[in-house]
Design a protein around this ligand. Sequence first.
Ligand SMILES: [Zn+2]
Length: 232
Amino acid sequence: MSSVRYYDIHTHKDFDSPDIIQIVSIECSELHRMREGKLFSAGIHPWQIPESFEHLLTDLETLLKANSIIAVGEIGLDKCCKTSFALQDVVLKMQLQLAEKYKKPVIIHCVKAWQEIIAIKNNHQNLKLIIHSFNKSYEQAETLLKKGFFLSFGAAILKNDKIAEVLRRMPFDKIFLETDTSSTGIVELYKRAADIRSIKVEELGSLIEDNFRKVFGEKFTNDRKQQLEYQN
Ligand SMILES: [Zn+2]
């Protein structure tokens, strides 16, 4: 076992590896995918809002009440999808209220709705919001950082120099890494990110671990640590 624990804070692929801690993102309509010993986030994605969604919100609250998920998400706003924006907005706000009530961080999907997402953050100062798969300019990153968002970077850092440059300029305490739906593994992303920051993977590992503890909570980290020790 390597000394680095790799935190993949947003993925849709669920697999077991002793060094990798995944937060597997699932829809509220696919809770059957949940299993023991894994960390999950759940939510209603803006692409997936059915005509009647109230029962999904009830399911989400049940999970939050039981502390069965580590985060709410991915949820958000997307101006390039078929779902009506007004409906997306309503469903997002209801889920954020639940996240606030149960004090859970939120993994945000945002496409061309930055002003709206920032306005929401202004109304939920205490919520920890993580923009997943960030792929915009540094100016955009700066605006979000000033508002208190965390930014999570994915496979784009491997092939897009501009995104790599954004990551290079980021404050360390606001960074996460994720694989999302990419075939690139989290270990490769850590190596590339460490390279971009000119630090060792071990150093990056402990910085991101600190962020993970701060945002997602000591309890879940410790639970996972106990599992890892048990496995070994
Ligand atoms: Zn995703």
